[in-house]
Design a protein around this ligand. Structure first.
Ligand code: HEC
Ligand code: HEC
Length: 496
């Protein structure tokens, strides 16, 4: 684990303003006595009590950066969760398989069938036990954390193997099944073909076979799991568990100035402006009613009318896109509603953790805001901010070649999209924001009441958000291996 970043030593100031409040539990309720802050993070807040078997972590590290898990062997988890770009990709909406390059420099080269519809989530502290649900809409979710049988609601239902108990391990089953993210387009490889039929078990079995057939991986797997003797013993569950163990260690980040405050109760670890920002955040600005606890998230879902850019998740009741363009798709992203079908969840997204938030832009579930201040200002009056938003201010990475989606089960033929349809394809990126009716749906679902803050107060809040940056998280490229067991170039490439 030589990639574990050095611990930052924070000099506890001898004098300085001590917090006017008791360091209370994670409930974060303001009280008349002052503000109460969450307890600091400890090893026990994380899976494996932060001490997974180092062999398992090392296996996970190699899997995370090895393109072997992608259908066309051209993209890894690390491509979109890049340790030099806040554990995201620095793009509003990223480029999955078929692209080249790292971070905001990434461009498409091969024909693809669609855009990744949501902003790549940062992975900071993703191994915390408090993460009961994963993804912007929480579609991978431990229904009862204390249930040892580990019922996990997930998009594959009962296809998910029963030896998976942690949402984080469960999550690792899914990026590999998405044609756009990792599987590839129908006709290109057996994994992509299985993805076309949503045959997830087939995908996981092909991948387990691929990894097990790589001698170096098999050695690592044997070292990490006593039950593995031969290649036949390897399942995708082993891969997923290793990825979860690695992410728990690699993306833990609790060495920010804010952590120093939580540990010592001494506010002087923050610049003065950020101290004011902290008081607002946990006090009158009301931020901590949702961004609560040590990770600054309640892990709940709220509709706050963040604009949608990009194609959306391709669901929703509205058929105008299909009716107008003839392209077999829908354009909205209804967020949590997709999972629960509860009308109060329409356009609600999981409250993001704000740790290292200054490093994780663009912000919002579709990366609509490329300035942190604009993202904060959005919260002051979501409806007015939504109205003022101009989608053409957002530069989505261009997609050079669009390929037709082959009909289910049909013989694959590569055919570029015809010119007229190509135009329609591009229209989908702004379809929702261009439709008064669809805009209204988002605005009507907003649950965040307006508040008034002065420009100075907004500055202070932004200064506080910067104090959530852990200096060791700015660039963790040292975790990228120089080479990976498949012999393919690691993604992203190791950096000096
Ligand atoms: C093409 C880019 C891409 C690739 C490749 C990719 N991810 Fe992601 N990841 C995303 C996006 C986008 C989301 C949010 C998706 C959503 O909410 O629908 C996400 C979400 C996640 C989350 C949930 C985080 C949270 O806060 O809930 C985890 C964990 C994660 N990815 C891990 C992985 C792992 C492990 C791999 C490799 C097996 C991987 N990702 C590959 C783009 C990618
Ligand atoms: C009602 C709950 C709620 C309150 C109160 C709230 N937020 Fe948020 N915040 C959210 C949700 C939900 C999102 C994600 C919305 C989306 O992407 O659609 C979010 C997103 C953010 C983001 C972007 C994070 C990212 O990774 O994209 C920032 C920054 C942020 N909030 C800061 C604040 C600040 C500062 C305050 C106080 C002024 C605040 N929030 C108050 C729920 C809330």
């Amino acid at each position: 684990m030589n990639f574990r970043p050095p611990t930052l030593i924070i000099a506890a100031a001898l004098s300085g303003s001590l917090l006017p409040a008791v360091l209370a539990d994670a409930s974060n309720e303001s009280s008349e006595d002052g503000i109460s802050l969450p307890l600091p993070l400890t090893d026990q807040d994380f899976l494996y009590d932060s001490a997974p078997d180092p062999t398992l972590v090392e296996l996970g590290r190699n899997l995370f950066f090895d393109p072997i898990l992608s259908g066309n062997r051209n993209i890894s988890c690390g491509t979109c969760h890049d340790p030099a770009f806040g554990s995201g990709d620095g793009l509003a909406l990223g480029i999955g398989e078929g692209g080249v390059g790292a971070g905001p420099e990434r461009v498409t080269v091969d024909p693809i069938t669609g855009r990744v519809p949501r902003n790549a989530q940062p992975l900071w502290n993703i191994g915390a036990r408090s993460y009961v649900s994963l993804f912007h809409d929480g579609r991978v979710e431990a229904l009862d954390r204390d249930d040892a049988t580990g019922a996990i609601r997930n998009p594959a239902g009962s296809d998910l193997p029963t030896d998976i108990f942690d949402p984080l391990a469960a999550q690792a089953f899914f990026p590999v099944t998405s044609p756009i993210e990792m599987a590839g387009q129908h006709g290109e490889n057996p994994i992509a073909n299985a993805a076309q039929h949503e045959d997830r078990r087939e995908i996981w079995s092909i991948l387990a076979g691929r990894v097990a057939a790589t001698p170096e991986f098999l050695d690592m797997l044997r070292g990490a799991f006593a039950e593995i003797k031969t290649t036949e013993d390897v399942t995708y569950s082993h891969i997923a568990k290793a990825l979860a163990a690695f992410q728990t260690i690699a993306f833990r980040s609790d060495e920010s100035p804010f952590d120093a405050v939580l540990r010592t109760g001494d506010l002087s670890a923050l610049p003065t402006k950020a101290q004011q920002g902290l008081s607002l955040f946990f006090g009158t600005a009301g931020c901590s009613s949702c961004h609560s606890g040590p990770l600054l998230t309640d892990h709940q879902f709220h509709a706050i009318a963040v604009p949608q850019i990009g194609p959306g998740k391709g669901h929703g009741g509205d058929m105008t896109y299909l009716a107008t363009t003839g392209l077999p798709s829908r354009a909205e992203d209804e967020g949590r509603f997709r999972i629960t079908e509860n009308p109060s969840d329409l356009f609600a997204f999981r409250t993001p953790s704000l740790r290292n938030v200054a490093l994780t832009g663009p912000w919002g579930h579709s990366g609509a805001y490329s300035s942190l201040e604009d993202m904060v200002r959005h919260h002051l009056n979501p409806v007015a901010s939504f109205a003022a938003f101009n989608p053409s201010d957002v530069a989505l990475p261009p997609i050079e070649h669009v390929q037709r989606i082959a009909a289910r089960g049909s013989q694959f033929r590569f055919e570029p999209l015809e010119v007229a349809r190509r135009h329609a394809f591009d229209l989908r990126d702004t379809w929702v924001m261009a439709s008064p009716q669809l805009r209204r749906r988002i605005v009507d679902s907003n649950r965040l009441a307006p508040i008034e803050l002065t420009c100075e107060e907004i500055d202070e809040l932004v200064a506080f958000l910067h104090a959530l940056t852990d200096p060791t998280a700015v660039d963790r490229s040292e975790m990228i291996p120089n080479r990976v067991p498949s012999g393919l170039p690691p993604q992203p490439a190791a950096r000096d």
